[in-house]
Each structure stands twice: as structure tokens, then as C-alpha cells.
Design a protein. Structure first.
Length: 287
């Protein structure tokens, strides 16, 4: 059987008791290491689990899954996922391959906390979130803005938008590849400030008032950890905010923000007076 086990958001202790029991008994243990990362290193995981862990990068999961699934119809394999197993479509695809395998491989999923639920720590109601979008690193020649249209749909309904920020782990150096060498770039993790800046840049081009300088937003970092950070303010304020180490995410607030949400979120505001003024003028259920 293939066990797809959620690890939660912070460190080695967030795994469930059931998950830990399976990890310690499994024939092989893989750690998916590219859709998200834990806040501790591999050695710390292995020490706590009492097991060696095989890192599974994008290529191994998407192109070499036969290696992961080898023997799984006869023995137990543990596939570890940061957060919740099905927060990323990659893991749905892996489960489908198990169904299609000859003979079929049984799967079992052990859920855990993910950013999709942990973001409730901001005080914003999970019932009031619309489509989740992703923000990638802009380059000089590539600045995709398709996220803007989905955010606009959420804004039209007065809903909050969770923005997941890009991470680059084991990304090939394209210049080196052109020279026939395989070299990987250092890991990079987008910050709330970078995300807010890119949103403002696209707004400058689109001019639809979807994510302007005075749009209220909440930046979060390392949710679920002992040093988690939550900062609320305008996108302009968040564009210069320093939330420290990764991982970061951002929420663009919806215009139907309830008074209870406002009262909670304002406690994280860079400038409470400004936050209150903008909420009363432009939000307060006005969508």
C-alpha cells in the first residue's frame, strides 16, 4: 500500500501519531520536496522518525514515479507531503497512477493541516475565501498576470483571495544547461513583500482597481510554527514589510469583510488607524 501522509506546516512534531507509526514500519519513506518545505532539515526529520528518508524532487515524482511505486502492491511505502496530501494536484495524480497500476496499488491518505486552513489564524473567515491563486517570480521578460483575472472574480463577489507564493527548489540553471552542464540554482522563496510588489505592478498595467495601493491585505509567514508572523495593511505597506524567513503567503481581503473579521485582523495592522479608516470607507460589507 502507498500511504500518502500529511506532515503539517512547521516541524517534525506535526505529523500525526498514526502517520508516525506507519513511517516507522514502512519499507521505504519518501519526502516530496518541491511543492512546499518544512521548517526543519532532513536530518532532523530522520532523527525524530528513526528512519532514513528519500528526497523526492519534481522529476522523481512526475517522471520517475515507477521507482516510488515499485513493490507497493506487496509492501508498505510512505510518501510524505508537507501540509495536507491533496493541497497540490501532484499528489492526486500520484494516487491516480496507483489506481491505474497493473496490478492496482491500494492507497491510504492521512490528512494534516495546510495553509488552506491554517490561514484562518488571520481572523478571516474560511467561509469567505474564493479561488486560491499562485504568484510566480517575475523575470525581466516574463511577468504572467493570469492570476489577476481570478482575483478579480473573487473581488466581484466580495471574497478573500489566498495567494500562494512561488518557491524554487532544485531549479536548473538554464545558462549552464545550454552549455551541456547540469547545475542547480540556490533555493529561492518568494516573500510577502515581493508578492505585494508584483500585484501592484500588474495593477499599474491593468488599472481595474483590483489590487491597488490601498487594497487591504494580510501577510503571513511560517504559520503553525512558534515564530509565526501575521502582518496586516495595505498592499503598499506590505510591499516593504519584512516577515523574516520562509514560507510566506498573502491574503487579499474581500470587500465583504465582516466586522468581527475586521476587529480581529486590525490587531495585526501596521497602522491601525489607517486600516480602520480604509475598512470603514471601502469594505465593511460593501461589495
Amino acid at each position: 500500500m502507498l500511504y500518502i501522509i500529511g506532515l503539517g506546516l512547521a516541524d517534525e512534531r506535526d505529523v500525526s501519531v498514526k502517520g508516525l507509526e506507519i513511517i516507522r514500519k514502512a519499507e521505504r519513506v519518501y519526502l516530496e520536496a518541491y511543492t512546499a518545505v518544512l521548517l526543519v532539515d532532513q536530518a532532523q526529520l530522520e532523527s525524530y522518525y528513526g528512519r532514513s528518508v528519500i528526497l523526492a524532487d519534481r522529476e522523481k515524482v512526475e517522471s520517475q514515479s515507477d521507482e516510488i511505486l515499485s513493490g507497493a502492491h506487496e509492501e508498505d511505502i510512505a510518501f510524505l507531503v508537507v501540509g495536507d496530501p491533496f493541497s497540490a494536484t501532484t499528489h492526486t495524480d500520484l494516487a491516480l497512477r496507483c489506481r491505474q497500476h497493473d496490478p492496482p496499488i491500494q492507497t491510504r491518505t492521512l490528512p494534516n493541516a495546510s495553509i488552506l486552513t491554517a490561514v484562518g489564524a488571520t481572523g478571516l473567515s474560511l467561509y469567505s475565501f474564493g479561488q486560491t491563486v499562485s504568484m510566480v517570480f517575475f523575470t525581466e521578460n516574463w511577468k504572467p498576470s493570469s492570476f489577476y483575472d481570478r482575483v478579480a472574480e473573487n473581488v466581484s463577489l466580495g471574497l478573500h483571495t489566498l495567494v500562494l507564493l512561488d518557491i524554487k527548489v532544485k531549479e536548473p540553471d538554464l545558462v549552464a544547461m545550454a552549455r551541456g552542464k547540469i547545475v542547480y540554482e540556490p533555493p529561492r522563496f518568494m516573500t510577502v513583500a515581493q508578492c505585494a510588489s508584483q500585484m501592484l505592478e500588474v495593477e499599474e498595467e491593468r488599472q481595474q482597481g483590483i489590487c491597488g495601493k490601498e487594497s487591504l491585505a494580510v501577510g503571513v509567514a511560517r504559520l503553525g510554527s512558534e515564530d509565526q508572523v501575521i502582518v496586516a495593511g495595505t498592499l503598499e505597506e506590505l510591499a516593504v514589510a519584512d516577515l523574516g524567513k520562509p514560507l510566506h503567503s498573502l491574503v487579499l481581503c474581500g470587500k465583504k469583510m465582516h466586522e468581527m473579521e475586521w476587529e480581529y485582523v486590525r490587531g495585526f495592522a501596521v497602522d491601525e488607524g489607517k486600516f480602520d479608516r480604509l475598512w470603514k470607507a471601502n469594505y465593511a460589507g460593501k461589495a
